[in-house]
Ligand binder design. Structure first.
Ligand code: GAL
Length: 417
């Protein structure tokens, strides 16, 4: 008995030595990973922490893209009771950091050598004022299309490479009696499609409009063309699209009711959860006309200022766990994303995952890797929400044409800054 207790104490002491802090308490984690594929990925993280004796207190806030989660977070922080760790995207992280709300992960980051292995594009959001404030768990990207293989074969079998080919395939799918474009009419989903369309207008254009927020690009002819394309796509969704959750749109493609979904690679998590295999049951392509470029978003776990050494030890232990290369592989294989470290082998990934890793590395080298507007990596929330309003308006017929929508976009973005 004494021997057992002694061993246990040695393990606890070893854990305290590695974290450099007190014994870790349970972690309370706010997140929006509630779909089947997302929950399966989250379990990989939960189990990993559990194996180190760290318990998980779940705070799920449903709603793809995380808008509802961010509202819930603001309420908790205002009440002076932030959760231990929070799933967060891009500018939301640095916005909270600028308010002094986040803790400091420098000790664990230095010990783990994060500076050398996390891509600079991600570090922009994981660090603030030179200090590590969040641990990136993945890199997703939004310019993907997920196509039912049988539906594609019935529509001629060739994956579309450009806009005209895309429209030809959608028309054939319509003629074949299925819903060509499975879509959920929620602002963030409309905006996710729009990321791909704007990127397909060219790298310089995406950067000018969505990263630099150049009024001429936001309100000009190319943006008008992008909106006209969005309005055209509206003609390929079914009557019940409004308000539909993204994973239900994925399910339509999985079961063949829908032909394709334009969605980030978290959609792949749903296909995998349903037992579907890339290249056999479904096909993954970049949004037509965007091969070579990537609009990315990275889920990170930001650690808030919490009182008590036990809670801080839990934050350090969780951050260390997230950055473990073996965990990054296991988690991202299930989630549909790719690792947030550059040194993780691709062996365990399926063909779409391998493609995602190659595409990301190539875009990073070529200077064609951009933050996703729809997912908080191109501009702060106020601008993103202004874009959502106009894009959703355009998708739902608010504007007579693309040029009117583009003018409204330039105005809305200017007002939001
Ligand atoms: C994204 C997030 C993904 C996925 C998706 C749908 O913003 O980065 O991890 O969860 O929302 O919920």
């Amino acid at each position: 008995m004494r021997g057992f207790v002694g061993r246990k104490l040695t393990i606890v002491a070893a854990l305290m030595a590695t974290t450099g802090l007190a014994q870790a308490e349970d972690v309370e984690v706010l997140h929006w990973w509630t779909s089947g594929g997302e929950a399966a990925a989250l379990n990989v993280l939960k189990d990993n922490l559990k194996s180190q004796g760290i318990g998980w207190v779940d705070m799920p806030v449903a709603g793809g893209g995380g808008e509802a989660a961010m509202t819930a977070l603001a309420a908790r922080v205002t009440a002076g009771d932030p959760p231990t760790a929070v799933q967060m995207l891009g500018f939301d992280i640095t916005d909270w950091a600028s308010q002094g709300a986040l803790g400091n992960l420098n000790a664990v980051a230095t010990e783990g050598g994060w500076d050398a292995v996390v891509p600079t594009a991600l570090q922009k959001f994981s660090k603030y004022d030179g200090n590590w404030i969040a641990a990136p768990v993945n890199v997703h990207s939004t310019n993907w299309v997920w196509i039912n293989k049988a539906a594609l074969d019935a529509a001629g079998g060739k994956a579309p490479q450009n806009w005209d080919e895309l429209i030809a395939v959608l028309d054939k799918m319509k003629a074949n009696g299925i819903t060509p474009l499975a879509h959920g009419g929620q602002p963030w989903q409309d905006a996710t499609i729009f990321d791909g369309i704007v990127l397909s207008e060219g790298n310089d254009f995406y950067k000018a409009a969505f990263i630099d927020l150049d009024p001429a690009a936001l309100g000009g002819d190319q943006m008008a063309d992008a909106f006209n394309k969005l309005i055209t796509l509206r003609g390929y969704v079914d009557d019940n699209f409004s308000g539909r959750d993204w994973n239900l749109a994925s399910a339509m493609v999985i079961n063949g009711e829908g032909g394709m979904q334009m969605m980030g690679d978290w959609a792949k998590g749903e296909f995998l959860k349903a037992g579907k295999v890339p290249g056999v049951d479904f096909v993954c392509i970049r949004f037509p006309g965007t091969q070579g470029s990537v609009t990315f978003n990275s889920d990170q776990f930001a650690m808030f200022n919490v009182q008590g050494e036990g809670k801080q030890a839990a934050q350090a232990a969780m951050a260390k766990d997230i950055m473990d290369p073996a965990f990054q592989s296991a988690f991202n294989v299930v989630k549909g994303s790719v690792p947030a470290r550059t040194d993780v082998p691709n062996d365990a990934f399926d063909d779409c995952g391998k493609k995602g890793m190659v595409d990301l590395a190539e875009a990073n080298t070529a200077g064609s890797l951009f933050g996703s507007m729809a997912h908080g990596h191109a501009a702060p929330a106020a601008v993103k929400n202004a874009v959502y309003d106009v894009v959703t308006g355009a998708f739902n017929g608010t504007y007579p044409d693309g040029a009117t929508a583009a003018a409204a976009l330039a105005e809305a973005v200017a007002a939001a800054q």
